[in-house]
Design a binder for this molecule. Structure first.
Ligand SMILES: Cc1cc2nc3c(=O)[nH]c(=O)nc-3n(C[C@H](O)[C@H](O)[C@H](O)COP(=O)(O)O)c2cc1C
Length: 149
């Protein structure tokens, strides 16, 4: 199993519809290619972790890197390990802004984040980088300093 994480910035001129279409494409392409992971969006920034066969992950990452809907794609970490951490998630998509008027959704979102974060404490460096970037986005928004990673 190979895992890769990166962060990036949403490009100007794109909006909610584009996020929706990314979700749809990711859901079907990733399940066809046995790719799993999680994409987090907040404050116009993305952080994503993708896991699967190395060749499939890298092929997708090349496509993602060339996608004009985001820019400043910064590779965070990658590694090979034995476990699939996001089994059953073709691409979990999370944004605290979605349904932000709904307090219970917000709470559910935060609960999910906390349980995922607990998982990260005992896991791999790619996951730790992913969660660290995520946590920084939630706390302060981007950009985070390279020194933090
Ligand atoms: C932040 C971000 C994350 C993305 N994540 C995925 C993904 O996990 N899986 C996927 O198939 N496409 C994802 N995409 C879309 C790809 O960049 C690309 O549009 C899609 O794979 C279709 O490429 P194609 O038209 O060359 O086949 C993502 C795009 C962005 C901007």
């Amino acid at each position: 199993m190979y895992a890769l994480s990166y962060r990036s910035t949403f490009s100007k001129g794109y909006g909610e519809k584009d996020l929706e279409s990314i979700r749809e494409v990711a859901g079907s392409y990733n399940s066809q290619n046995k790719l799993t992971g999680c994409l987090f969006f907040h404050n116009n920034s993305f952080v994503q972790i993708i896991e699967g066969k190395k060749r499939s992950v890298l092929r997708l990452f090349v496509k993602i890197s060339n996608d004009p809907r985001h820019h400043d794609v910064i590779f965070l970490s990658s590694e090979t390990h034995s476990l699939r951490y996001f089994d059953g998630w073709s691409m979990g998509f999370y944004s605290p802004l979605k349904g932000s008027s709904d307090v219970s959704k917000k709470e559910q979102f935060l609960r999910n984040m906390l349980s995922f974060h607990d998982l990260a404490n005992k896991s791999t460096s790619t996951l730790r980088c992913f969660w660290f970037a995520w946590r920084s986005m939630l706390r302060e928004g981007f950009p985070i300093s390279e020194d933090d990673l």
